[in-house]
Design a protein around this ligand. Sequence first.
Ligand SMILES: [Zn+2]
Ligand SMILES: [Zn+2]
Length: 375
Amino acid sequence: MKRDYYEVLGIPRDADTLRVKKAYRALARQLHPDVNDHDPEAEQKFKEATEAYEVLADDERRRIYDAYGHDGLRGGAQAGGFGGFTDLSDIFESFFGGDIFAGGRGARRSAAVRGDDVGLQIEIELEDAAFGTNREVEVELLDTCGECAGVGSTEASSIHECPECGGAGSVRTVRRTAFGQFVQSGPCPNCRGEGRVIEEPCDTCHGQGRAYRTKTLAVDIPAGISDGQRIRLNGQGAAGLRGGPPGDLYVQVAVAPHRHFTRQDDDVFYSLHLTMVQAALGVKVTVPTLDGEESVEFPPGTQPGEVKVLRARGVPRLRRSGRGDQHIMVNVMIPRDLTGEQKDLLGEFDSCCGDEHYSRKHEGVFQRLKSFFGA
Ligand SMILES: [Zn+2]
Ligand SMILES: [Zn+2]
């Protein structure tokens, strides 16, 4: 049983269009498949809400629905892609700042179809993520047909307006039955909803105006990007149909694990190993940073778990000024497999060094470890 559209969106029957949009927008945020790990129940509800929205936000369909209920729309539902989720990309857009609700859809819909959004993933190094880079990516997608330039035929004179529907692509019939009057709108059988007929369709795209092609695109990766973030290339997705705009291309960035650093937000963390003697006597060592090697001094009596911070040696902040820090955590190494002579020397040291020289700040170490790993 189909639920009532007003009930689906949780709005009264006299709700204005703005209210319909608001209710749908709120539901879409909550139920979008990408937000719900494609939970089938949420996906079902999302489709239901989308269908309700597409009807109630369209004055004409809403009038038909109000008058005849779901039956009144049945014929129209198949016309021109309405009710299909070919247009999920539009909804998707609302999550990325585009406004799917701007401008009138309605009449335009039955003809033009926006191209699909296309996604791909690239992997980059942490240094590239930190300082930005340019990449060329190859993507195979439905693009405007190169053979006919998207027209559908290389012979312009072989394309005619469909005489059956006058180019509209759909035909509307009113049927009166014992149960009431049904308004049906379906795709024109002569042109299959295209609004035009092509006598000699293009060999490459068979009159569709688009064909699969491998495109090479330059992607500008901004400094400070994080693992999992997406870059949108406007209008670089699949070509639209019948004059519809192209979709977008989403490039998801994966940042490869680094041999030295782990990253948390804009900070990088580095684990430094000192021998117990270096830690006790103090030492100047060279450590890697994102900008190259840097000399860092540790004072005598450096303890395990101590953290030294190199200010502004982390990752530049995405689209802002400033950088994160580099945190260096000290790990003190204890020797093993000692020779007899080495054992004697250490034993001698131990007998002349009272334990008052040792630090007992173990809690301190755990605290630092916790903050180091962001707990
Ligand atoms: Zn073609
Ligand atoms: Zn037609």
